[in-house]
Write a protein that binds this ligand. Structure first.
Ligand code: NAD
Length: 424
């Protein structure tokens, strides 16, 4: 069976195809475990749900929601929930699969899952958003749970959405179940450090990669696409460590300042104005020019599929540090490799969020909460260790970091698969 013959009807250049291509590149390194590789090319379970809600004007609207559990060989499902007008089942399948790889690459005791609702939260009132969230949670309640599958925030979802999910699930099972979601408010069993954990991880992994590439942090030029939870937190840490954030793009526009942006002021501006556009002290440039800004580190931290082959040919950077999931298309990966531009893959670069989610889940179970210092120290240790292993494997086999990360992860997942055996 060829890589793409499964799931006919899916786009040949969509995110699922990108994921399948990545798996194919790993195959030669799997040894006897290759026997099980087909497991990774099929999601274990896909749930599609209808979410009818009453709108504030009294009308009824239907939204489509998804929860995909890609692989549960190593533990319960784990992965975020995305609210976006472009969410599709295919996208959620790919995001769930990348969670399988990410959780295994970092050695967290989880499988991979992801969820999404096709909606535009900017066009919903808070009450409508709450109704969408509660009905969605009820509908996927048959597959989620603290020991089954644990959602978390992703694009356009946050601690409040997690609080509603936790409450709805708890009401349905008749007991408060804080461990059913992570990324909750602190008052409901959330973890210190969770909000900025993904951005922190992007920074820590970027620093580790830069050190090995002999790229000094001081004065390094950083360009960031996506200035939300991930992009803004990473940019803030880069600026705090002496780097210059020279360009930022979000859905509102693109700002450029070769001398470096004041990231704290930019965050305040984006919060007050709904985006970075119009930020004082920076030039507005058109969206496509962002990809030609000269930088040392480029951080895509918005959506998948943005680094096309065409953009990869013209990129003027030394390192692509993937804050977003799946930002680089397979052809672009090859072009960047040939151009000597290091790509630090999503499955390790943005694993900080799920790692602190894991800490939150552990703290909820033990009802014993750690300090932020303990959390950050444990986070850094896990990420630095995981990255060192991936870097060493990449060097040993002379393969890109993404392939090395996938090899480490696939070996763990497929060993579990083999040891568990086939049921029944
Ligand atoms: P967010 O909703 O907080 O921010 C998304 C940002 O992307 C916003 O600044 C938005 O304006 C920008 N954006 C949206 N469309 C854009 C476009 N067409 N062009 C330019 N910018 C655009 O989301 P987030 O949580 O920061 O997630 C960003 C990425 O990081 C996603 O790929 C997500 O899957 C990934 N990720 C998030 C986490 C997490 O903990 N939040 C963890 C791992 C990976």
């Amino acid at each position: 069976m060829t890589a793409l013959s499964y799931a006919p009807g899916l786009a040949p250049d969509g995110p699922w195809a990108t994921y399948l291509d990545q798996i194919e590149r790993v195959r030669p390194y799997l040894g006897h475990l290759e026997r099980w590789v087909e497991t990774l090319k099929r999601p274990k379970r896909c749930l599609v749900v209808d979410i009818p809600i009453e709108m504030d004007d009294g009308s009824v609207s239907h939204f489509e929601g998804f929860r995909v559990q890609h692989n549960l060989s190593r533990g319960p499902g784990k992965g975020g929930v995305r609210y976006h007008p472009d969410v599709t089942l295919e996208e959620v399948m790919a995001l769930a699969a990348w969670m399988t790889i990410k959780n295994a690459a970092v050695n967290l005791p989880y499988g991979g899952a992801k969820g999404g609702v096709r909606c535009d939260p900017a066009r919903l009132s808070m009450k409508e958003l709450e109704r969408v969230t509660r009905r969605y949670t009820s509908e996927i309640g048959i597959v989620i749970g603290p020991m089954q599958d644990i959602p978390a925030p992703d694009v356009n979802t946050n601690a409040q959405v997690m609080a509603w999910m936790m409450d709805t699930y708890s009401m349905n099972v008749g007991a408060t179940a804080t461990g059913v979601v992570t990324g909750k408010p602190i008052a409901l069993g959330g973890s210190l450090g969770r909000v900025k954990a993904t951005g922190r991880g992007v920074f820590v992994i970027g620093r580790e990669a830069a050190r090995r590439l002999k790229l000094p942090l001081e004065g390094a030029r950083v360009a960031v696409q996506g200035f939300g939870n991930v992009g803004a937190s990473a940019a803030e840490l880069y600026a705090a460590h002496g780097a210059r954030v020279v360009a930022v793009q979000d859905a509102s526009g693109t700002v450029f300042a070769p001398q470096g942006l004041d990231v704290r002021a930019l965050i305040a501006h984006a919060e007050a104005n709904g985006g970075v556009a119009g930020c004082p002290g920076a030039d507005a440039i058109d969206a496509e020019s962002f990809w030609q800004v000269e930088s040392d580190v480029l951080i895509p931290a918005a959506l998948e599929g943005v680094l096309t082959a065409e953009r990869a040919r013209h990129l003027r950077t030394k390192m692509v540090l993937e804050g977003a999931n799946g930002p680089t298309l397979p052809e672009a990966d090859l072009i960047l490799r040939d151009r000597g531009i290091t790509v630090v893959p999503d499955v390790i670069a943005n694993a900080g969020g799920v790692t602190v989610s894991y800490f939150e889940w552990v703290q909820d179970f033990s009802s014993f909460f750690w300090t932020e210092e303990e959390i950050n120290a444990r986070l850094d240790k896990i990420l630095i260790g995981a990255f060192a292993r991936i870097w060493a494997d990449a060097e040993r086999h002379a393969i890109p970091l993404r392939t090395a990360a996938f090899v480490v992860a696939c070996e763990r997942v497929l060993s579990a698969r083999e040891l568990r055996g086939l049921y029944p």
